[in-house]
Design a protein around this ligand. Sequence first.
Ligand SMILES: [Mn+2]
Length: 477
Amino acid sequence: MAKVMIMDTILRDAHQSHAATRMRTEQMLPALEALDDVGYYSLEGWGGATFDTCMRFLNEDPWERLRTLRKYLKKTPIQMLLRGQNLLGYRNYADDLVDKMVEKCYENGIGVIRVFDALNDPRNLEASMKAIKKYGGQLRASDPKRGICEAAISYTSGPSYTMEYFVDLAKTYESMGADNICIKDMANLLLPFDAYELVTALRKALRPETKIHLHTHNTTGTGDMVNLMAIRAGVDIVDTALSPLGNGTSQPATEPLVATLRGTEYDTGIDLEKLIPIAEHFKKVAAELEKEGSLNPKVRQVDVNTLIYQVPGGMLSNLMNQLKKAGKEDKLPEVLAEVPNVRRDCGYPPLVTPSSQIVGTQAVMNVIMGERYKQVPKETRDLFAGKYGRVPMPVNEEVAEKVLKGEKRITYRPADDLEPEYEKLKAEVLEKGYYTQEEDVLSYASFPEVAEKFFKWRKAKNEGIDTDLAKSGVYPV
Ligand SMILES: [Mn+2]
């Protein structure tokens, strides 16, 4: 019987969920060798938010962080999260940039790439999975634990999301070359008995060598039960976070699960004693993050709103903020009733970023304006126009006409419209005088303004100019 394996998210999702992704490399360093020695399947350490935050708030080169992690994590693969054709950013990138990004991720130390699309449109994973297979295959030839392609299903609930839907999607990803299939339950919408059913169905439908990897959170307090039920159903890998940054909006804590499975047929093989000093270290880090204001202890509480309203926690707080700004807080019940209507109109997209924001904003507008689709933001139009990809169900044609006003719809892969862009972006970085490595082009492509500000700071620092002044924003010119 295969043991249950664990990916610890302490270096990525744990602090992204609890502390706005503000953990610095120097706060990770003292624990890296011990983490490497635990025997995890992988350590999640990189993704869009870490990439952005490194440059935006921490004055760190995200690539440098990755190389540092790799230097100390000799045995344990580093896992990252890639947003399909959106890579680490929020727009569609051309295929040449997707290829270059994947090449550089592996080259700088990534071992496992988890790739997903918010709409679960397999066409949006075509280019990235092709690159992951290409460069990952080369890496794997010398190191079988690295170069792994993990395709993730964005888990959501709703009338079109049947077991059959998820199983078909998983099989599609498997046939595209995925080594692992991940159930990505970012909003903790997956309930324990559904997890059992889903993992059972996937286990039956997928090849025996395909690993099933579950990612959930403990936002609504069901996370440990979800993991345990998935384990009973034969899941291979689950995500947890060491206790100082575990539970609440983060992953269920690592230590209780390791203890629960010890001595059973699911034993993780992890020595609880080894986790204690590491947890001690991150307890101090969590206290530092709380002191500097990045961590609000409220994130550790159970929030049952998602269970009641069937919308992710982040989406609910956005709705409340939008209503508050408009002075219409009393309209919340109407907006919550309108959310499923809007979602049905636009073909039941999963409620994850960015579709959760699009559906939520449109529902707020429909209620505030007193007429449905009287006011329509560009993002709603783009969703109806197919610019984010294919939605799971047909859209409401009457609404589509009202929203699009004759604008053309696309039915092909959105990135097919894009010209190669790597060389053009490289020329820009060179011209601005910031080019030090190919990776700079990828940083610049991902977050142009943020990267440029960071490059300016880096240049000032490397040229020996007062960095405090540089940080204050007075310099650079
Ligand atoms: Mn997550």
